[in-house]
Design a binder for this molecule. Structure first.
Ligand code: FAD
Length: 521
């Protein structure tokens, strides 16, 4: 049949799509009951078929629920592959990452570093500052909000560019192909699609500790909303989020105590790196209590008094604000998952390596499926799910997902750490190189830390890399690519690294695995 492309719009410019449709000029108009002498049998049946097909055509190829870094990236990828895409978001485009997570915290951390450099380290760089250097916290927040606004606007622009229809509302699955959206005015709309990607993210876990409530008790969102720097801050939880907030407020001038249940901060990080970061934070004046638990909080004379248990001893610590950062849990309640048979485990949606849930046509990605709760992991899972929705066969690999902490020095890691290698009985060699022996590190005044490689002794396979140092979060990327492409430690060691760059420390640490570092003293 002669077919031509017809542009179909349903009133929303974002939902215009090119569809394949039979050329109408070859067909007589269809009239129910037939038109004697005009319509011929086969043509009418073909027309009925075409109309029926159109009636059964879903509104979209893919519906994405949640517009965080998982969901919006999935929407773009599906659209790139020719899909008609609808994305449903109940709050702001960009999700936690852009609005309340990665981006606002890093913008604030930059202000903290600038303050530290000008107020405390100016003379080291030969810069005289006359008068008192003070912090204008409302301006810090204003700058942060501008950064967020610009990036959220950027996601909106991309949605338009890719003709993704954005619906503001709360989504619930009615079937494997239908989503009901409760719009801001309380009305509902049903949207259908061939595939659905759930990307509803995570929320802060609440600790069942008596007294942990009220305006002086924050989760990460509460800390973002604060308009003043607290004089005394007690952080419960020494993971990445707790450490970043504690570090940031210390730089802004708060007295900070961090209470961590495990015997190291950043419990999943290589212990050598985590312990060395702790020493640096100790030197900054952050009080870190390991192996400790907050057991109750009392409000006394305007202060929060936190009872902290360490082993057999108990102490009371006063703080103006208590920040709870003990982890995040999946947002999966109220989505109708149980009703349509999507399996979950402790709230996390169960998926396979193609991001498929237990229901055909329904995929899930990002924080809601658990694993490493990181934006870039969510985005890559989004790409995988979108490609599978659009007929490709893509598999997710978690072998080389980098993780980072944005203190100074930064922490960045990829692959296995020493504890995991020991546990699994895997043989390894270690290569290390210190930033203090690197020209650029000394020049920029960031001399603390090192790069540590763990590699297979026989074949040189890179098993892990752990960096504590300046711009570690950018430096790790060369190792991620090396691991992805199965390049050996020798490849990094032999590759020419520009001079003077921080990346020379990566090269030297790679060479050190075989005792061939040129500059190691
Ligand atoms: P989210 O970003 O959580 O987005 C989910 C979206 O779904 C939300 O916008 C939500 O409103 C929407 N939604 C939920 N339910 C519905 C519904 N029923 N209908 C419609 N919409 C719905 N990660 C990093 O990689 N690097 C960092 O530096 C980093 N820093 C962080 C700092 C903080 C303080 C926090 C809290 C997190 C940080 N993260 C960081 C983690 C990162 O933010 C998350 O891993 C990432 O946002 C997960 O993306 P997602 O798309 O899975 O979900």
């Amino acid at each position: 049949m002669d077919r031509r492309k017809v542009k179909k719009t349903d009133g929303d410019i974002n939902s215009s799509v090119v569809i394949d449709r039979p050329a109408t000029r070859l067909m007589p108009p269809f009239v129910p009951g037939g038109q004697p002498g005009v319509a011929e049998g086969p043509l009418i049946s073909e027309q009925v078929e075409a109309m029926m097909a159109q009636m059964n055509t879903p509104d979209a190829d893919v519906i994405v629920i949640g517009a965080g870094p998982g969901g919006y990236v999935a929407a773009i990828r599906a659209a790139q592959l020719g899909g008609k895409v609808v994305i449903i978001e109940k709050d702001a485009l960009g999700g936690v990452c852009l609005n309340r997570g990665c981006i606002p915290t890093k913008a604030m951390l930059s202000s903290a570093e600038a303050f530290d450099l000008i107020a405390r380290r100016n003379s080291e760089f030969g810069v005289n500052v006359s008068g008192e250097v003070t912090l204008d916290y409302p301006k810090v927040l204003d700058r942060r909000d501008k950064v967020v606004k610009q990036l959220v606007g950027g996601v909106g622009f991309l949605m338009k560019k890719y003709n993704v229809r954005v619906i503001t509302g709360t989504a619930k699955l009615i079937s494997a192909n239908t989503v009901e959206v409760t719009l801001p005015d309380g009305k509902t709309e049903k949207v259908t699609a061939r595939s659905i990607i759930i990307a509803t993210g995570s929320e802060a876990v609440k600790l069942p500790v008596p007294g942990l409530e009220g305006d002086n008790v924050w989760d990460s969102d509460g800390a973002l909303a604060a308009t003043e720097v607290p004089k005394r801050l007690l952080v419960i939880g020494g993971g990445a989020i707790g450490i970043e907030w504690g570090y940031m407020f210390r730089k802004f001038g708060s007295e900070v105590t961090i209470v961590e249940m495990m015997d190291q901060i950043l419990p999943l990080t290589d212990s050598e790196i985590a312990n060395d970061l702790k020493k640096i934070l100790d030197k900054m004046g952050i009080r870190i209590l390991l192996g400790s638990m907050a057991s109750k909080v009392e409000h006394k004379k305007g202060a929060e008094v936190v009872t902290v248990i360490t082993g057999d001893s108990e102490q009371q610590i006063e703080a103006d604000k208590v920040l709870v950062a003990v982890g995040r849990s999946s947002v999966s309640a109220g989505l109708g998952l149980g009703e349509i048979g999507v399996k979950t485990e402790k709230g996390r949606i169960t998926v396979d390596d193609r991001m498929r849930t237990s229901v055909a046509g329904v995929y899930a990605i990002g924080d809601v499926v658990g694993g490493m709760l990181l934006a870039h992991k969510a985005s890559e899972e989004g790409v995988i799910a979108a490609e599978n929705c659009m007929g490709r066969d893509s598999k997710m690999s978690y072998k080389s997902v980098p993780a980072a902490v944005y203190t100074t020095p930064e922490v960045a890691t990829v692959g296995m750490n020493e504890e995991q290698l020991k546990e699994q009985g895997i043989e390894y060699k270690v290569g290390r190189f210190q930033f203090r022996a690197n020209g650029k590190s000394l020049g920029i005044g960031e001399r603390e830390g090192y790069v540590k490689f763990l590699a297979d002794p026989k074949y040189g396979e890179i098993l892990g890399c752990h960096i504590l140092g300046p711009h570690a979060t950018d430096l790790i990327q060369e190792v991620v690519i090396a691991m992805d492409s199965e390049a050996t430690i020798e490849v990094i060691g032999r590759a020419i690294h520009g001079h003077p760059t921080l990346s020379e420390v990566v090269k030297e640490a790679a060479l050190d695995v075989n005792g061939e570092s040129i500059h190691k003293g």
